[in-house]
Design a protein around this ligand. Sequence first.
Ligand code: PAF
Length: 280
Amino acid sequence: MIVIEDRQSLDSWVEQSRMWGGKVGFIPTMGALHEGHLALVREAKKTCTQTIVSIFVNPTQFGPEEDFSQYPRTFEKDRALLEEIACDAVFLPSPEVIYPPGGQTYVAVEPLASQLCGASRPGHFQGVATVVTILLNLVRPHAAYFGVKDYQQLTLIKQMVRDLAMAVEVVGVPIVREEDGLALSSRNRYLTAKERQQATALYKALLAAQSLFKNGELKAIKLEKAARKILYESGIEQIDYVEVRHRKTLACQLSVEDPVMLIAAKVGKTRLIDNMVLST
Ligand code: PAF
Protein backbone atom coordinates (compact mmCIF):
# COMPACT_ATOMS: atom_id res chain seq x y z
CA MET A 1 0.00 0.00 0.00
CA ILE A 2 1.36 3.37 -0.98
CA VAL A 3 1.27 6.30 1.47
CA ILE A 4 0.74 9.65 -0.26
CA GLU A 5 1.29 12.94 1.53
CA ASP A 6 1.33 15.68 -1.11
CA ARG A 7 -0.87 16.89 -3.96
CA GLN A 8 1.62 16.12 -6.73
CA SER A 9 2.12 12.47 -5.75
CA LEU A 10 -1.63 12.09 -5.34
CA ASP A 11 -2.17 13.51 -8.81
CA SER A 12 0.25 11.00 -10.37
CA TRP A 13 -1.41 8.12 -8.52
CA VAL A 14 -4.88 9.26 -9.63
CA GLU A 15 -3.73 9.67 -13.26
CA GLN A 16 -2.29 6.16 -13.29
CA SER A 17 -5.27 4.62 -11.53
CA ARG A 18 -7.77 6.15 -13.96
CA MET A 19 -5.82 4.95 -17.01
CA TRP A 20 -7.31 2.22 -19.18
CA GLY A 21 -10.77 2.56 -17.67
CA GLY A 22 -9.69 2.07 -14.04
CA LYS A 23 -12.33 2.85 -11.42
CA VAL A 24 -11.21 4.71 -8.29
CA GLY A 25 -13.07 4.21 -5.01
CA PHE A 26 -12.46 6.73 -2.21
CA ILE A 27 -13.10 6.51 1.51
CA PRO A 28 -12.55 9.77 3.41
CA THR A 29 -11.86 9.21 7.12
CA MET A 30 -10.39 10.90 10.15
CA GLY A 31 -8.46 7.75 11.07
CA ALA A 32 -8.84 5.75 14.30
CA LEU A 33 -10.16 3.09 11.97
CA HIS A 34 -12.51 0.33 13.07
CA GLU A 35 -14.65 -2.36 11.40
CA GLY A 36 -17.11 0.33 10.25
CA HIS A 37 -14.40 2.00 8.14
CA LEU A 38 -13.12 -1.35 6.90
CA ALA A 39 -16.66 -2.18 5.71
CA LEU A 40 -16.46 0.95 3.51
CA VAL A 41 -13.16 -0.21 2.02
CA ARG A 42 -14.52 -3.72 1.42
CA GLU A 43 -17.57 -2.24 -0.32
CA ALA A 44 -15.35 -0.10 -2.55
CA LYS A 45 -13.18 -3.06 -3.44
CA LYS A 46 -16.22 -4.92 -4.79
CA THR A 47 -16.51 -2.65 -7.82
CA CYS A 48 -13.41 -0.43 -7.96
CA THR A 49 -10.05 -1.33 -9.46
CA GLN A 50 -8.19 1.02 -7.07
CA THR A 51 -9.19 1.98 -3.53
CA ILE A 52 -7.81 4.95 -1.62
CA VAL A 53 -8.50 6.00 1.98
CA SER A 54 -7.74 9.48 3.28
CA ILE A 55 -6.85 10.05 6.91
CA PHE A 56 -7.20 13.68 7.93
CA VAL A 57 -8.49 14.98 11.26
CA ASN A 58 -10.21 18.01 9.82
CA PRO A 59 -9.90 21.00 12.17
CA THR A 60 -12.71 23.00 10.53
CA GLN A 61 -15.42 20.54 11.56
CA PHE A 62 -14.63 20.74 15.30
CA GLY A 63 -16.08 23.45 17.50
CA PRO A 64 -13.85 25.33 20.00
CA GLU A 65 -15.13 23.17 22.88
CA GLU A 66 -14.86 19.88 20.99
CA ASP A 67 -12.30 17.08 21.00
CA PHE A 68 -10.04 18.09 18.05
CA SER A 69 -6.77 17.94 20.00
CA GLN A 70 -7.78 14.76 21.83
CA TYR A 71 -9.21 13.03 18.74
CA PRO A 72 -7.40 9.65 18.50
CA ARG A 73 -4.53 9.61 16.01
CA THR A 74 -3.45 6.01 15.47
CA PHE A 75 -1.75 6.01 12.08
CA GLU A 76 0.48 2.95 12.47
CA LYS A 77 -2.47 0.83 13.56
CA ASP A 78 -4.67 2.28 10.79
CA ARG A 79 -2.01 1.53 8.20
CA ALA A 80 -1.71 -2.11 9.37
CA LEU A 81 -5.50 -2.55 9.17
CA LEU A 82 -5.62 -1.10 5.65
CA GLU A 83 -2.69 -3.22 4.51
CA GLU A 84 -4.43 -6.33 5.87
CA ILE A 85 -7.46 -5.74 3.65
CA ALA A 86 -5.31 -4.84 0.64
CA CYS A 87 -6.26 -1.20 0.32
CA ASP A 88 -4.20 0.29 -2.52
CA ALA A 89 -3.34 3.74 -1.19
CA VAL A 90 -3.69 5.99 1.82
CA PHE A 91 -3.69 9.78 1.52
CA LEU A 92 -2.24 11.36 4.65
CA PRO A 93 -2.18 15.12 4.06
CA SER A 94 -1.01 17.81 6.47
CA PRO A 95 -3.42 20.71 7.18
CA GLU A 96 -1.40 22.88 4.73
CA VAL A 97 -1.94 20.38 1.90
CA ILE A 98 -5.69 20.53 2.40
CA TYR A 99 -5.93 24.22 3.31
CA PRO A 100 -3.11 26.16 1.63
CA PRO A 101 -2.76 29.65 3.11
CA GLY A 102 -5.04 32.34 1.71
CA GLY A 103 -8.16 30.20 1.23
CA GLN A 104 -11.48 32.11 1.18
CA THR A 105 -14.06 29.57 0.04
CA TYR A 106 -16.47 27.45 2.09
CA VAL A 107 -19.29 25.13 1.13
CA ALA A 108 -22.61 25.69 2.94
CA VAL A 109 -25.46 23.23 2.47
CA GLU A 110 -28.35 25.09 4.01
CA PRO A 111 -30.73 24.63 5.75
CA LEU A 112 -29.73 20.98 6.13
CA ALA A 113 -26.45 21.89 7.83
CA SER A 114 -28.12 23.88 10.61
CA GLN A 115 -30.50 21.16 11.78
CA LEU A 116 -30.12 18.16 14.10
CA CYS A 117 -26.36 17.82 14.80
CA GLY A 118 -25.79 21.16 13.06
CA ALA A 119 -27.96 22.94 15.62
CA SER A 120 -25.69 21.98 18.51
CA ARG A 121 -22.48 21.93 16.48
CA PRO A 122 -22.52 25.25 14.59
CA GLY A 123 -20.13 25.23 11.63
CA HIS A 124 -19.59 21.47 11.82
CA PHE A 125 -21.25 20.59 8.52
CA GLN A 126 -19.73 23.57 6.72
CA GLY A 127 -16.36 22.12 7.75
CA VAL A 128 -17.41 18.66 6.55
CA ALA A 129 -18.85 19.87 3.22
CA THR A 130 -15.76 22.00 2.55
CA VAL A 131 -13.20 19.31 3.33
CA VAL A 132 -15.14 16.63 1.43
CA THR A 133 -15.31 18.94 -1.60
CA ILE A 134 -11.55 19.58 -1.44
CA LEU A 135 -10.81 15.87 -1.01
CA LEU A 136 -13.10 14.89 -3.89
CA ASN A 137 -11.46 17.50 -6.11
CA LEU A 138 -8.01 16.18 -5.23
CA VAL A 139 -8.76 12.46 -5.47
CA ARG A 140 -11.26 12.66 -8.38
CA PRO A 141 -12.80 9.27 -7.52
CA HIS A 142 -15.56 7.58 -9.48
CA ALA A 143 -17.28 6.60 -6.22
CA ALA A 144 -16.99 7.83 -2.61
CA TYR A 145 -18.11 5.72 0.36
CA PHE A 146 -19.66 7.05 3.57
CA GLY A 147 -21.16 5.28 6.59
CA VAL A 148 -24.93 5.39 7.10
CA LYS A 149 -24.03 5.82 10.79
CA ASP A 150 -23.47 9.55 10.04
CA TYR A 151 -26.89 9.77 8.44
CA GLN A 152 -27.14 13.56 8.31
CA GLN A 153 -23.60 13.81 6.90
CA LEU A 154 -24.44 11.27 4.19
CA THR A 155 -27.69 13.09 3.29
CA LEU A 156 -25.88 16.42 3.17
CA ILE A 157 -23.08 15.08 0.96
CA LYS A 158 -25.59 13.55 -1.45
CA GLN A 159 -27.38 16.92 -1.59
CA MET A 160 -24.12 18.80 -2.17
CA VAL A 161 -22.98 16.45 -4.93
CA ARG A 162 -26.35 16.87 -6.65
CA ASP A 163 -26.45 20.68 -6.21
CA LEU A 164 -22.90 21.24 -7.42
CA ALA A 165 -23.10 18.64 -10.22
CA MET A 166 -20.05 16.86 -8.87
CA ALA A 167 -19.02 13.86 -10.96
CA VAL A 168 -18.94 11.22 -8.24
CA GLU A 169 -21.25 8.46 -7.09
CA VAL A 170 -21.97 8.68 -3.35
CA VAL A 171 -22.42 5.25 -1.77
CA GLY A 172 -23.91 4.78 1.71
CA VAL A 173 -22.69 1.70 3.60
CA PRO A 174 -24.82 0.17 6.41
CA ILE A 175 -23.94 0.67 10.08
CA VAL A 176 -21.66 -1.94 11.64
CA ARG A 177 -22.77 -2.79 15.20
CA GLU A 178 -21.27 -4.57 18.18
CA GLU A 179 -23.07 -7.75 19.23
CA ASP A 180 -25.18 -5.80 21.71
CA GLY A 181 -26.20 -3.28 19.07
CA LEU A 182 -23.88 -0.35 19.82
CA ALA A 183 -22.93 1.29 16.53
CA LEU A 184 -19.16 1.29 15.97
CA SER A 185 -17.60 4.72 16.40
CA SER A 186 -14.07 6.02 16.94
CA ARG A 187 -15.47 7.79 20.01
CA ASN A 188 -16.66 4.57 21.72
CA ARG A 189 -13.12 4.21 23.10
CA TYR A 190 -13.81 7.19 25.41
CA LEU A 191 -16.60 5.30 27.23
CA THR A 192 -16.04 3.87 30.72
CA ALA A 193 -17.32 0.33 31.34
CA LYS A 194 -20.52 1.69 32.89
CA GLU A 195 -21.07 4.17 30.05
CA ARG A 196 -20.37 1.47 27.47
CA GLN A 197 -23.25 -0.49 29.02
CA GLN A 198 -25.54 2.58 29.06
CA ALA A 199 -24.70 3.35 25.42
CA THR A 200 -26.59 0.28 24.22
CA ALA A 201 -29.77 2.20 25.08
CA LEU A 202 -29.47 4.15 21.81
CA TYR A 203 -29.96 0.99 19.79
CA LYS A 204 -32.71 -0.26 22.12
CA ALA A 205 -34.52 3.07 21.77
CA LEU A 206 -34.37 2.85 17.98
CA LEU A 207 -35.64 -0.73 18.03
CA ALA A 208 -38.54 0.26 20.29
CA ALA A 209 -39.55 3.06 17.91
CA GLN A 210 -39.24 0.73 14.96
CA SER A 211 -41.46 -1.84 16.61
CA LEU A 212 -44.11 0.80 17.44
CA PHE A 213 -44.01 2.07 13.85
CA LYS A 214 -44.41 -1.44 12.48
CA ASN A 215 -47.42 -1.86 14.74
CA GLY A 216 -49.08 1.14 13.11
CA GLU A 217 -47.94 4.17 15.15
CA LEU A 218 -47.48 7.07 12.72
CA LYS A 219 -47.26 10.05 15.08
CA ALA A 220 -43.68 11.30 15.21
CA ILE A 221 -44.16 12.63 18.73
CA LYS A 222 -45.24 9.22 20.07
CA LEU A 223 -42.34 7.42 18.41
CA GLU A 224 -39.90 9.99 19.79
CA LYS A 225 -41.42 9.78 23.28
CA ALA A 226 -41.03 5.99 23.37
CA ALA A 227 -37.36 6.25 22.38
CA ARG A 228 -36.65 9.03 24.92
CA LYS A 229 -38.18 6.92 27.69
CA ILE A 230 -35.68 4.12 27.04
CA LEU A 231 -32.76 6.55 27.05
CA TYR A 232 -33.87 8.12 30.35
CA GLU A 233 -34.47 4.71 31.94
CA SER A 234 -30.89 3.71 31.13
CA GLY A 235 -29.60 6.84 32.89
CA ILE A 236 -28.86 8.88 29.75
CA GLU A 237 -30.03 12.39 30.58
CA GLN A 238 -28.20 14.64 28.15
CA ILE A 239 -30.25 13.97 25.05
CA ASP A 240 -29.42 16.34 22.21
CA TYR A 241 -32.26 15.15 20.00
CA VAL A 242 -34.51 12.21 19.23
CA GLU A 243 -36.25 12.95 15.97
CA VAL A 244 -38.19 11.18 13.29
CA ARG A 245 -37.58 12.68 9.85
CA HIS A 246 -38.21 11.78 6.23
CA ARG A 247 -35.66 9.16 5.20
CA LYS A 248 -34.48 10.96 2.06
CA THR A 249 -34.86 14.68 2.77
CA LEU A 250 -34.68 14.75 6.58
CA ALA A 251 -37.78 16.95 6.49
CA CYS A 252 -39.84 17.11 9.72
CA GLN A 253 -43.19 15.35 9.66
CA LEU A 254 -46.01 15.13 12.18
CA SER A 255 -47.45 11.97 10.69
CA VAL A 256 -44.56 9.94 9.41
CA GLU A 257 -44.00 8.49 5.99
CA ASP A 258 -40.83 6.62 4.99
CA PRO A 259 -39.21 7.68 8.28
CA VAL A 260 -35.76 7.48 9.80
CA MET A 261 -35.22 8.03 13.51
CA LEU A 262 -32.07 9.91 14.49
CA ILE A 263 -30.64 10.15 18.00
CA ALA A 264 -27.79 12.18 19.46
CA ALA A 265 -27.03 11.96 23.17
CA LYS A 266 -24.16 12.36 25.57
CA VAL A 267 -23.16 9.27 27.50
CA GLY A 268 -20.90 10.67 30.19
CA LYS A 269 -18.81 13.19 28.29
CA THR A 270 -19.01 11.32 24.98
CA ARG A 271 -21.50 12.45 22.34
CA LEU A 272 -22.89 9.47 20.43
CA ILE A 273 -25.20 9.35 17.41
CA ASP A 274 -27.23 6.55 15.91
CA ASN A 275 -30.16 6.10 13.53
CA MET A 276 -32.52 3.57 12.04
CA VAL A 277 -34.84 3.55 9.05
CA LEU A 278 -38.07 2.52 10.76
CA SER A 279 -39.60 0.66 7.86
CA THR A 280 -36.75 -1.84 7.47
O1 PAF B 1 -17.08 11.07 8.76
C1 PAF B 1 -15.92 11.50 8.90
O2 PAF B 1 -15.02 10.81 9.37
C2 PAF B 1 -15.61 12.92 8.51
O3 PAF B 1 -16.67 13.78 8.77
C3 PAF B 1 -15.16 13.07 7.04
C4 PAF B 1 -16.25 12.66 6.08
C5 PAF B 1 -13.93 12.20 6.81
C6 PAF B 1 -14.79 14.52 6.75
O4 PAF B 1 -13.75 14.95 7.56
